[in-house]
Ligand binder design. Structure first.
Ligand code: SF4
Ligand code: SF4
Length: 160
């Protein structure tokens, strides 16, 4: 599916399935099988990546799988690497793209809205919290960093 940048040691996996058995997300969604995603990554099955979308984004990083692995596989690191490769291949979920764009625009994944601004003023607070959103310079600095990292390209709308 992609090149693992994190040291996830998934080559130690012998497919016992204890991770999937412990995973709360697998209880909710039958198609979510962390063991299978690790196997796909291990075998370099890049062509199967689209089949794993959106499931690889369902993981809540609760680490129950990792706690149950008899081989000490760094499962969550492995999954995060798989996600990263998928996103860099353009397989980003629309909701994640939207959140990324909001981050680019306002410096926050959840920007302040008019109602929140009004309530803050009623409480005697500044209209915006004293974070990057209230500083044009800091917001610009954040944008430069996101730009240099290529984040802006990743969250840009797909060309028709
Ligand atoms: S519990 Fe560990 S060894 Fe077993 S399938 Fe999951 S990652 Fe592989
Ligand atoms: S970290 Fe992710 S894959 Fe592991 S048990 Fe939790 S939800 Fe499942």
């Amino acid at each position: 599916m992609g090149v693992c940048k994190m040291s996830s040691n998934i080559e130690r996996c012998y497919q016992c399935g204890q991770c999937t058995a412990a995973c709360p997300m697998a209880e909710q969604e039958q198609a979510y099988k962390i063991r299978r995603f690790l196997q796909m990554e291990k075998l370099g099955l890049k062509s199967e990546e689209p089949m794993a979308i959106p499931f690889i984004f369902y993981c809540t990083t609760c680490y129950k799988c990792q706690d149950n692995c008899p081989q000490g596989v760094k499962i969550v690191d492995g999954l995060l690497s798989i996600r990263e490769a998928a996103v860099r291949n353009g397989n980003i979920l629309p909701a994640h793209r939207k959140i990324g764009q909001m981050l680019m625009d306002s410096g926050h994944a959840v920007p302040g809205n008019e109602d929140a601004k009004k309530r803050r003023l009623q409480l005697g607070l500044t209209e915006m919290p004293p974070t990057v959103a209230s500083s044009e310079k800091q917001l610009n600095d954040i944008k430069i960093l996101l730009n240099l990292s290529g984040f802006d390209q990743i969250v840009a709308e797909e060309k028709a």
